[in-house]
Design a protein around this ligand. Sequence first.
Ligand SMILES: *[C@@H]1O[C@H](CO)[C@@H](O)[C@H](O)[C@H]1NC(C)=O
Length: 547
Amino acid sequence: MVKNMSTTKPMFKFVTLLVLISFFISVMCSESLINDGGGGSDDEDLESLEELLAIDEEEEDKQQGIHIKSSEADTLRKAQRIVLELSNERVKSVIDGNEFVLLLGYAPWCGRSAELMPQFAEAATILKEMGSPVLMAKVDADRYPKAASLLGIKGYPTLLLFVNGTSQMYTGGLTANDIVVWVMKKTGVPLIRLDTLSDAEKFMAKHQMFVIGLFDKFEGSNYEEFTKAAVADNEIQFAETSKTEVAKVLFPDNENKKPFVGLVKSEPEKYLAFEDTFEKEKILEFLEYNKFPLVTVMTELNSVRVHTGPVKLQVIVFAKDEEFKNHLLPLQNVARKFKSKIMFIYVDVAEENLAKPFLTLFGLEESDKTVVTAFDNRKSSKYLLESNLTPSNLEAFCSGLLHDTLSPYFKSQPLPENLQKEATVQTVVGRTFEDLVLNSPQNVLLEVHTPWCINCEATTKQVEKLAKHFKGLDNLIIARIDASANEHPKLQVEDFPTLVFYPSGDKSNPIKLPTKSSLKDLAAFIKKNVRTDRGITSQDETSKDEL
Ligand SMILES: *[C@@H]1O[C@H](CO)[C@@H](O)[C@H](O)[C@H]1NC(C)=O
């Protein structure tokens, strides 16, 4: 369930477009449990379950959506055996009888559970090899609703750590490695001490991302702040050493600084030195801003934390896998220039659940080209790179995003062909709304319609008559916009048709006109609100009869 998976910060601290989207993506399996009172097969013990598993293993793998090669399947099955499957009966004794239990509440039909289960099983294997005291258990919340409600499981997947019977929410990442790191931290091993070169080599073989601290002695306030950060951080493995030559292997870029803290990642932007004062909060902030790779590949497992990260400017690239490969290097080069200011994300368009909600915002859900979008998550505005994806265009786009000089993207039809100087009713589209309606010096009467609305035609006729009648009045524009294909944040209309009048001196206070108004009423309204003394010509007199 989302809240358990995300950071400890409140989910809706920033209620933004992106957070809402990620919420939408992630709550697919948080349906509430229906029958709390029993149901399911209560009394199966572990043996019979294992028999069941043995028979149905392959079938179950398929059902869980785990598409794996058979050699991997063997490993996975072994790993899943390490995870204790709990039934209604066993839950209480297992939770109460063990110092540390990491429990996964899942439902077999939930895609997100299915993705997490092999990671969970792999983590169980690694933890067991490491001699961790934690017991890894899972409960099928659908089959054992009593157990689920006893444990407080309301959605899937839910991860909880029980320490001497008291539960806390899981706040780490969702890969096997993330789980291992988090569990080690929360069960008493926040740091790994490396004394020899071979310790360092072994450590590096295991950890793709880590923090290394180099200290003369493992004491003093600098060191204490470092350990506090190691405990508080939820994702990254911390290591410490007092030997310069060991630190050199882990972080070759260090110019003999001591004490020293550095972040190491497995990608082009590999080494990052912490350069602030040694305070827990500052170390944590440094990690928050720098832990993501130059370009983050969005997955179901990381989508929530990608959106709730501290970097509020995001560039998201939607492409097919093979195209993305060509773009990765140039993308990383640009990303490096905007490091910790803009987050770069890639979404594989084949992942429809991830890609579609975003692309729909741009009306591009059917596009088969690479799409580059950007979001300013502080003010919920969205942008589209409309030029070709070249390094220089991308860099200019990012620079505009950073300096807030990009024009926000609104769904818009193309600009109307001739600028309709002649037409009596002007066509406004999303991207001309600002100029023609809000920023023009004239009064504007705008007809907002959609192709399918029932009464639009009658209103359109009325508007055309009005336009003819007031033709030549140079302080009045009569215009029309198709709201199904055009949008603008200042155009908030829900019913169609709607007639909106924007007074020239006060564009921010438009007046909605009753659509049932007669032509006479509308004309009278315009006369009253538009200074007609100067512009009305003899044409006014002649066309008056038509009204
Ligand atoms: C759990 O309880 C045992 C027995 O009371 C105690 O020795 C142990 O320190 C407790 N563990 C934690 C992490 O509090």
